[in-house]
Design a protein around this ligand. Sequence first.
Ligand code: SF4
Length: 178
Amino acid sequence: MIDLITSFLDDNHTRWTFVNKDDIIFRDEFTAKCQMNYCGRYNKSWTCPPAIGNIDSIKKKCLHHSQAILFSMIFPLEDPYDVEGMDFGRNTIMQITYDLFDMVNKSGMHTAFLAAGSCSLCEKCTYPNFPCRHPEKAMISMEALGIDVAVLARNSGLKYYNGVNTVTYFAMIFFDEV
Ligand code: SF4
């Protein structure tokens, strides 16, 4: 099963690495930034605080799995303000993440995913008036849990910063060896 995941990540041109779970640092100051609405998504999505509820129980669900892989993709930007380039990059890694989800889901594997940013499966999130349209597939971001992605990437052997006029996005899968 691990081969299935790693082959998929290779085929989709991601950079990936197995993660030592001790390298996943959760920082209260990052979740505090989330609550200060630094990214503009606080209280705007079923996959962001406060809708996600108790962060500790989500962390436990992820860390309960025996294995974790961090994967990343690097995208060129025209300049540091190239929002379209950033959107393209995030949509690309998220499409790959959703495809990976579909593949492992079909195989019956129990997994947990953490996304690159807030859920963007729907053009407009139904939060807070109607239930989530895709609760099985909507993913919480690493940032929403307060994960220090820069430290995790560095300790896992992936580069967090890949040069001027680039953006690097990360996502994660937790799973069990079968
Ligand atoms: S799947 Fe749609 S409704 Fe559910 S969190 Fe994502 S954007 Fe919102």
